[in-house]
Design a protein around this ligand. Sequence first.
Ligand SMILES: Nc1ncnc2c1ncn2[C@@H]1O[C@H](COP(=O)(O)OP(=O)(O)OP(=O)(O)O)[C@@H](O)[C@H]1O
Ligand SMILES: [Mg+2]
Length: 399
Amino acid sequence: MTTDIRTDIRTETASSAAPGRQVSPPEDRHATELAFLAAYDSGPRPPSWRLTPRAVVTFVMGSNGESLQLPESAAAPEGLPRRLVVEQKFVGDRALVERCVVTLAGERGLLLVGEPGTAKSMLSELLSAAVCGTSGLVVQGTAGTTEDQLKYGWNYALLLAQGPTRQALVPSPVLTAMTRGAVARVEEITRCLPEVQDALVSLLSERRIAVPELAGGEDALAHAAPGFTLIATANLRDKGVSEMSAALKRRFNFETVGPIGDLDAETALVRRQAHAAVTRAGAPFQVDDAILEALVTAFRDLRDGRSAEGWEVERPSTVMSTAEAVSVAGSLALAAAYFPGDRDVLSLLPGHLLGVVRKDDPADAARLLGYWDGAVRRRAEQGSATWRTLWDLRSVLES
Ligand SMILES: Nc1ncnc2c1ncn2[C@@H]1O[C@H](COP(=O)(O)OP(=O)(O)OP(=O)(O)O)[C@@H](O)[C@H]1O
Ligand SMILES: [Mg+2]
């Protein structure tokens, strides 16, 4: 039986995490690129930004395979290459990333919304690593998130010993970002209760946090340093999320991060990221391109409710996200690595699709069967060997 790669692990292409770590944050994984881009583009930057806005976009979108050359005048730290191809990390609309960067340079927060697994969190990490050098000032929003976690708490031992002093105060990642002039991230903000979300309203407009416990005077107000900004994410599918108040919405620019538009681009991304994840797991990546293309095609057909040929497809309620496709591709590779020769890798695909489709509603297995009886059978009849094999495996879906 195959083992599953968990998609909530950032599956970036940089396959080597620092020793002893499963995954390193982008500021570590891409440290060379960040240092290079800081030396490469000496243009104007918003206060305390590490890179220029244009260089931030290049960091996220890559340099289109072009090898960038450091200007002669650029003072490059020891050991930094003078030429570098910047890797594409986010597959998607460049204009979207440019709008995100412009928002971060302005006075509003940035809210990334979209279906699960569309790289909202990944994008927010990349943007903060590029802008302020860390993606670690993050609050994971849940129904249990308290205002303290967005503002500040107390070290109760010190509180008892000293009373409400600066030493006893425990700043939240948001307050730390404010005092440093850095980027704070709030993941899944709509999972927080409305009254907790609204703790951000005054913070985002007045750019300061009152700490009344600190007995008045200058100490009782923490002002945001220039460069402070906030990125939040929210996924549209989550049940039990709390609607954002109009007041809070007005403090954010919304950007919708959609699924990848192009089959080839998505297939290339799935191959790249599954390869990286399997390499990190210490196994070789041996999955044929034809299998990967069939995998991504099936995901897109079921996600869009329409096949590439234009045939109707009943959509399951589970989100057939790119992240999930990366995970299935990784599982196929691991199966090939650890169970060599047991079975043809393609024959494992229906079982994995069934596992994904049943996640939200087990009754959706019937929709996958319907997909088999529709698009898969027709492609098989049109002579495709890959889809013929998949069609012959229909019985797997009846189990
Ligand atoms: N457009 C994309 N470009 C690059 N990677 C992508 C893209 N879409 C999905 N991925 C892959 O899917 C993974 C999941 O992304 P991420 O966790 O950031 O999604 P999310 O939108 O935050 O999902 P959720 O709403 O469930 O939190 C990414 O790490 C990346 O591997
Ligand atoms: Mg996320």
